[in-house]
Design a protein around this ligand. Structure first.
Ligand SMILES: O=C(O)[C@H](CS(=O)(=O)O)OP(=O)(O)O
Ligand SMILES: [Mg+2]
Length: 230
Protein backbone atom coordinates (compact mmCIF):
# COMPACT_ATOMS: atom_id res chain seq x y z
CA UNK A 1 0.00 0.00 0.00
CA UNK A 2 1.42 3.33 -1.10
CA UNK A 3 0.40 6.05 1.39
CA UNK A 4 0.61 9.75 0.52
CA UNK A 5 0.01 12.45 3.13
CA UNK A 6 -1.28 15.65 1.60
CA UNK A 7 -3.12 18.68 2.91
CA UNK A 8 -5.61 21.48 2.37
CA UNK A 9 -8.15 22.03 -0.36
CA UNK A 10 -5.55 21.77 -3.12
CA UNK A 11 -4.55 18.39 -1.69
CA UNK A 12 -8.16 17.22 -1.78
CA UNK A 13 -8.47 18.33 -5.40
CA UNK A 14 -5.46 16.28 -6.52
CA UNK A 15 -6.01 13.25 -4.27
CA UNK A 16 -6.21 9.82 -5.92
CA UNK A 17 -6.80 6.22 -4.92
CA UNK A 18 -8.60 5.63 -1.66
CA UNK A 19 -8.89 9.14 -0.25
CA UNK A 20 -9.32 9.95 3.44
CA UNK A 21 -10.33 13.57 4.02
CA UNK A 22 -9.44 14.48 7.63
CA UNK A 23 -11.14 17.12 9.77
CA UNK A 24 -10.78 16.64 13.53
CA UNK A 25 -11.86 20.19 14.59
CA UNK A 26 -14.72 19.76 13.99
CA UNK A 27 -16.60 18.68 10.89
CA UNK A 28 -16.06 14.93 10.87
CA UNK A 29 -16.16 14.60 14.63
CA UNK A 30 -19.57 16.28 14.50
CA UNK A 31 -20.61 14.00 11.62
CA UNK A 32 -19.58 10.94 13.65
CA UNK A 33 -21.60 12.13 16.65
CA UNK A 34 -24.62 12.60 14.35
CA UNK A 35 -24.28 9.00 13.12
CA UNK A 36 -23.87 7.71 16.67
CA UNK A 37 -27.19 9.38 17.50
CA UNK A 38 -29.11 7.79 14.65
CA UNK A 39 -28.52 9.88 11.52
CA UNK A 40 -29.13 7.74 8.44
CA UNK A 41 -26.96 9.71 6.02
CA UNK A 42 -25.26 13.05 5.67
CA UNK A 43 -25.23 15.01 2.43
CA UNK A 44 -22.05 17.10 2.45
CA UNK A 45 -22.27 20.39 0.58
CA UNK A 46 -20.09 23.33 -0.32
CA UNK A 47 -22.51 26.24 0.07
CA UNK A 48 -25.01 27.40 2.65
CA UNK A 49 -27.61 28.11 -0.05
CA UNK A 50 -27.34 24.51 -1.24
CA UNK A 51 -28.02 23.25 2.27
CA UNK A 52 -31.17 25.36 2.60
CA UNK A 53 -32.34 24.31 -0.89
CA UNK A 54 -31.99 20.61 -0.04
CA UNK A 55 -33.89 21.05 3.22
CA UNK A 56 -36.59 23.14 1.53
CA UNK A 57 -36.96 20.40 -1.10
CA UNK A 58 -37.47 17.82 1.63
CA UNK A 59 -34.30 15.92 0.61
CA UNK A 60 -32.89 16.42 4.09
CA UNK A 61 -34.47 17.29 7.41
CA UNK A 62 -31.69 19.03 9.33
CA UNK A 63 -29.03 21.55 8.30
CA UNK A 64 -25.82 21.36 10.33
CA UNK A 65 -22.67 23.44 10.06
CA UNK A 66 -21.02 26.81 10.10
CA UNK A 67 -19.45 29.76 8.37
CA UNK A 68 -16.29 31.05 10.09
CA UNK A 69 -16.96 28.42 12.78
CA UNK A 70 -20.28 30.06 13.76
CA UNK A 71 -23.64 28.31 13.34
CA UNK A 72 -25.50 29.60 10.29
CA UNK A 73 -28.71 31.43 11.16
CA UNK A 74 -31.57 29.16 10.16
CA UNK A 75 -29.53 25.96 10.46
CA UNK A 76 -30.80 23.36 12.94
CA UNK A 77 -27.42 23.09 14.64
CA UNK A 78 -23.86 24.32 14.31
CA UNK A 79 -20.63 22.41 13.74
CA UNK A 80 -20.34 21.40 17.36
CA UNK A 81 -19.86 17.79 18.47
CA UNK A 82 -21.14 18.76 21.91
CA UNK A 83 -24.32 20.28 20.46
CA UNK A 84 -24.73 17.24 18.21
CA UNK A 85 -24.43 14.98 21.26
CA UNK A 86 -27.70 16.48 22.55
CA UNK A 87 -29.60 16.52 19.23
CA UNK A 88 -32.00 13.79 18.12
CA UNK A 89 -30.81 12.61 14.69
CA UNK A 90 -32.97 9.45 14.59
CA UNK A 91 -33.57 8.40 11.00
CA UNK A 92 -32.65 11.81 9.65
CA UNK A 93 -30.93 12.79 6.44
CA UNK A 94 -28.64 15.60 7.54
CA UNK A 95 -27.15 18.26 5.30
CA UNK A 96 -23.73 19.44 6.48
CA UNK A 97 -21.84 22.52 5.35
CA UNK A 98 -18.49 23.49 6.90
CA UNK A 99 -15.54 25.68 5.97
CA UNK A 100 -12.93 22.96 5.57
CA UNK A 101 -14.23 19.40 5.96
CA UNK A 102 -17.17 19.33 3.61
CA UNK A 103 -15.24 21.47 1.10
CA UNK A 104 -12.57 18.76 0.98
CA UNK A 105 -15.09 15.98 0.47
CA UNK A 106 -16.80 17.86 -2.37
CA UNK A 107 -13.39 18.50 -3.97
CA UNK A 108 -12.21 14.88 -3.71
CA UNK A 109 -15.42 13.14 -4.77
CA UNK A 110 -14.77 13.04 -8.51
CA UNK A 111 -11.26 11.54 -8.41
CA UNK A 112 -11.34 9.26 -5.39
CA UNK A 113 -11.64 5.54 -5.99
CA UNK A 114 -13.10 5.21 -2.48
CA UNK A 115 -13.68 8.16 -0.20
CA UNK A 116 -13.77 8.46 3.60
CA UNK A 117 -14.33 11.40 5.95
CA UNK A 118 -12.26 10.88 9.10
CA UNK A 119 -11.41 12.30 12.50
CA UNK A 120 -9.70 10.88 15.56
CA UNK A 121 -12.97 9.50 16.92
CA UNK A 122 -13.19 7.21 13.90
CA UNK A 123 -9.45 6.72 13.21
CA UNK A 124 -9.11 2.99 14.08
CA UNK A 125 -12.36 2.10 12.28
CA UNK A 126 -11.31 4.17 9.26
CA UNK A 127 -7.97 2.35 9.10
CA UNK A 128 -9.78 -1.01 9.22
CA UNK A 129 -12.23 0.02 6.49
CA UNK A 130 -9.49 1.38 4.22
CA UNK A 131 -7.36 -1.73 4.71
CA UNK A 132 -10.30 -4.01 3.93
CA UNK A 133 -10.55 -2.38 0.50
CA UNK A 134 -6.97 -3.55 -0.26
CA UNK A 135 -6.00 -0.31 -1.99
CA UNK A 136 -2.77 0.15 -3.95
CA UNK A 137 -2.74 3.82 -3.07
CA UNK A 138 -4.15 5.82 -0.15
CA UNK A 139 -4.13 9.61 0.04
CA UNK A 140 -4.62 11.15 3.49
CA UNK A 141 -5.67 14.79 3.21
CA UNK A 142 -5.40 16.99 6.33
CA UNK A 143 -7.87 19.79 5.68
CA UNK A 144 -6.60 22.47 8.09
CA UNK A 145 -8.32 25.78 8.75
CA UNK A 146 -10.61 26.86 5.93
CA UNK A 147 -8.77 24.32 3.78
CA UNK A 148 -6.03 26.95 3.43
CA UNK A 149 -3.79 26.82 6.54
CA UNK A 150 -2.37 23.64 8.02
CA UNK A 151 -3.39 22.76 11.58
CA UNK A 152 -1.87 20.43 14.16
CA UNK A 153 -4.95 18.28 14.78
CA UNK A 154 -5.47 17.29 11.15
CA UNK A 155 -1.75 16.81 10.38
CA UNK A 156 -1.30 14.69 13.52
CA UNK A 157 -4.42 12.65 12.75
CA UNK A 158 -2.97 11.93 9.29
CA UNK A 159 0.26 10.65 10.85
CA UNK A 160 -1.73 8.56 13.34
CA UNK A 161 -3.77 7.05 10.51
CA UNK A 162 -0.60 6.24 8.56
CA UNK A 163 0.71 4.37 11.61
CA UNK A 164 -2.50 2.35 11.86
CA UNK A 165 -2.59 1.66 8.11
CA UNK A 166 1.00 0.39 8.28
CA UNK A 167 -0.01 -1.91 11.11
CA UNK A 168 1.60 0.00 13.95
CA UNK A 169 -0.35 0.94 17.06
CA UNK A 170 0.58 4.61 16.89
CA UNK A 171 0.78 6.65 20.09
CA UNK A 172 -2.72 7.81 21.07
CA UNK A 173 -1.64 9.53 24.30
CA UNK A 174 1.08 11.42 22.45
CA UNK A 175 -1.37 12.37 19.72
CA UNK A 176 -3.66 13.93 22.32
CA UNK A 177 -0.83 15.65 24.20
CA UNK A 178 0.67 17.18 21.09
CA UNK A 179 -2.67 18.53 19.89
CA UNK A 180 -3.41 19.90 23.39
CA UNK A 181 -0.06 21.73 23.29
CA UNK A 182 -1.01 23.51 20.07
CA UNK A 183 -2.38 26.88 19.13
CA UNK A 184 -5.92 25.73 18.35
CA UNK A 185 -6.79 24.83 21.91
CA UNK A 186 -7.22 28.18 23.66
CA UNK A 187 -10.40 29.12 21.81
CA UNK A 188 -12.19 25.99 23.07
CA UNK A 189 -11.52 27.16 26.63
CA UNK A 190 -12.26 30.82 26.11
CA UNK A 191 -15.74 31.64 27.52
CA UNK A 192 -15.92 34.57 25.09
CA UNK A 193 -15.70 32.20 22.12
CA UNK A 194 -19.19 30.81 22.65
CA UNK A 195 -19.31 28.77 19.43
CA UNK A 196 -16.32 26.62 20.45
CA UNK A 197 -17.57 24.59 23.43
CA UNK A 198 -15.06 22.96 25.81
CA UNK A 199 -17.12 19.79 25.39
CA UNK A 200 -16.23 19.85 21.69
CA UNK A 201 -12.57 19.38 22.55
CA UNK A 202 -13.22 16.41 24.84
CA UNK A 203 -15.17 14.60 22.13
CA UNK A 204 -12.76 15.51 19.28
CA UNK A 205 -9.79 14.04 21.16
CA UNK A 206 -11.53 10.82 22.22
CA UNK A 207 -9.56 8.61 19.85
CA UNK A 208 -11.49 5.58 18.66
CA UNK A 209 -14.73 6.65 20.39
CA UNK A 210 -16.75 5.11 17.55
CA UNK A 211 -16.46 1.70 15.92
CA UNK A 212 -17.52 2.86 12.47
CA UNK A 213 -15.91 4.67 9.56
CA UNK A 214 -17.67 7.34 7.52
CA UNK A 215 -17.74 6.33 3.85
CA UNK A 216 -18.78 8.84 1.22
CA UNK A 217 -20.24 7.89 -2.14
CA UNK A 218 -21.72 9.89 -4.99
CA UNK A 219 -25.52 10.00 -5.23
CA UNK A 220 -27.09 12.29 -7.83
CA UNK A 221 -23.63 13.86 -8.15
CA UNK A 222 -23.52 14.79 -4.46
CA UNK A 223 -21.32 13.34 -1.70
CA UNK A 224 -23.45 11.27 0.66
CA UNK A 225 -21.88 9.88 3.84
CA UNK A 226 -22.96 6.73 5.66
CA UNK A 227 -21.57 4.53 8.38
CA UNK A 228 -19.29 1.67 7.29
CA UNK A 229 -18.42 -1.00 9.83
CA UNK A 230 -15.61 -3.51 9.21
O1 LIG B 1 -16.18 24.89 12.61
C1 LIG B 1 -14.98 24.59 12.60
O2 LIG B 1 -14.42 24.11 13.58
C2 LIG B 1 -14.16 24.86 11.33
C3 LIG B 1 -14.15 26.32 11.04
S1 LIG B 1 -12.68 26.82 10.19
O3 LIG B 1 -12.38 25.95 9.05
O4 LIG B 1 -11.59 26.75 11.17
O5 LIG B 1 -12.97 28.20 9.79
O6 LIG B 1 -14.72 24.18 10.22
P1 LIG B 1 -14.29 22.70 9.81
O7 LIG B 1 -14.79 22.47 8.41
O8 LIG B 1 -14.93 21.80 10.79
O9 LIG B 1 -12.80 22.66 9.89
MG1 LIG C 1 -11.23 21.67 10.80
Amino acid sequence: MDIVVDSLLDGARRATGTVVVIDVFRAFTTAAVAFSRGAEKIIMVEAVAEAFALRDAGIGSACMGEVDAVKVEGFDLGNSPFEASEFDFSGRTVIQRTSAGTQGVVAALGRAHRLYAAALVTAPATARAVTAGQPDRVTLVAMGRHGQVRTDEDDICAIHLRNLLEDRTGAPAAVRDLILAGGQIAEFRDPEVAHMHPGDLDICLDIGRYDFAIRVTAEDGRPVARIERV
